[in-house]
Design a protein around this ligand. Structure first.
Ligand SMILES: [Zn+2]
Length: 372
């Protein structure tokens, strides 16, 4: 198994997001259980990694809190002050679809700190790769706004940290969370020193962002790659998108560090998506990221937890990610496994649309040597 760092802090469970409520008119609320982004997510993933024996083969690290200085590389002082104030007052709503409790601002700093720790491990020659089991997630948080379960943008804080501390000039972020990484896009939209490739379900949260035509602007034009995919894309469809877009673009960009916004919410049982990716698909995506990193940046790879909301399947999907990252397969029968879905014409057309837009910036009509 490949030596791999594991970043986690027991306080991640203290970020309490409350209940998932449906409003049915004046004063009429229906609670359907815990909020989607709840503490059981990281508990179950960690337990899966423990009981599968994988965690015993990883090197554990605890993160520090991200400082104001760390957060200010990405966010405004106004945003940080607003997050602090909301927490101090005990207000539940931190932003659109963002819920928390009085310690949530501190735990969000610990989550961003976890992403920074994963960068340290990726840059450490003894390890070179790490998985950070962090929450709250981050990729919807913009420069001046919390959004969609995210207070601070963990992967963006990690990328800016890597640039300042390690002097890196080119960092790539692959975001396979089923939702568009709109916060990360906003932060790096003008900036070619951070390439963002976001694969997501088309026409879904957040609405009106994530189109293929959003390519970046100014010096960053061509360095923002959105790959909106049709519902029910499945394992083979994601592989098709990786082979036709993700690999050739990464190979040409030659990042010095690869970060992954790893939301396991494209999984086939997730309540917040319809993408039908199963454990072999997640294993493939993580394996391919490791092999790309080994080819283009000396294996420097940090995989950061974003979304994933099916409590029964999130641990299995993430097991697939860690298997791909560590180059192993655990003897565990997935009770939910389904036959691989065929590649559809709709999917091929979705990938062609992105190729047409980005052929202005990248060579996309050749077979990448990274095809796995
Ligand atoms: Zn998501």
């Amino acid at each position: 198994m490949k030596p791999t760092g594991f970043v986690f802090h027991e306080d991640y469970v203290k970020h309490d997001t409350g209940e998932q409520l449906y409003t049915l008119g004046e004063q009429k609320m229906l609670s359907v259980g815990l909020e989607f982004e709840n503490h059981l997510r990281v508990c179950l993933i960690k337990e899966m990694l423990e009981k599968s024996g994988l965690l015993a083969n990883m090197t554990p690290y605890a993160p520090h809190l991200a400082s104001d200085h760390d957060l200010l590389r990405v966010h405004t002082q106004r945003h940080i002050d607003r997050m602090k104030e909301t927490a101090q007052k005990g207000i539940r709503v931190f932003g659109p679809e963002v819920y928390g409790c009085p310690v949530s601002e501190r735990i969000a700093r610990l989550s961003a700190g976890g992403a920074m720790k994963a960068v340290d491990l990726a840059m450490d020659n003894r390890l070179k790769q790490a998985y950070a089991l962090i929450r709250p997630p981050g990729h919807h948080a913009g420069v001046d706004q919390a959004m969609g379960f995210c207070l601070y943008n963990n992967v963006a804080v990690a990328a800016r940290y890597a640039q300042e501390i390690y002097g890196l000039e080119r960092i790539a972020i692959v975001d396979w969370d089923v939702h568009h990484g709109n916060g990360t896009e906003e932060i790096f939209y003008h900036d070619k020193s951070v390439l963002l490739i976001s694969l997501h379900e088309a026409g879904y949260f957040p609405m009106n962002t994530g189109g293929a035509e959003e390519v970046g602007t100014g010096g960053g034009e061509g360095f923002n790659v959105n790959i909106p995919l049709p519902p029910a894309t499945g394992d083979a469809g994601y592989q098709y998108a990786f082979e036709n877009l993700v690999f050739p673009i990464l190979e040409q960009y030659e990042p010095q560090l690869l970060l992954v916004s790893a939301g396991q919410d494209p999984n086939g049982l997730d309540p917040l998506s319809r993408m039908m990716v199963m454990r072999p698909g997640f294993r493939y995506m993580a394996k391919s990221m490791r092999e790309v990193a080994e080819k283009v940046c000396g294996g420097r790879l940090a995989i950061l937890q974003e979304g994933g909301y099916s409590l029964p399947y999130l641990p299995i999907a993430t097991l697939g990610v860690i298997e791909g990252l560590m180059d192993c397969t655990i003897a565990f029968h997935d009770p939910h496994s389904i036959p691989e879905r065929p590649i559809t014409q709709e999917l091929i057309e979705a990938v062609e649309t992105v190729k047409n837009v980005h052929s202005l910036y990248w060579k996309l009509n050749y077979s990448s040597s990274l095809s796995l």
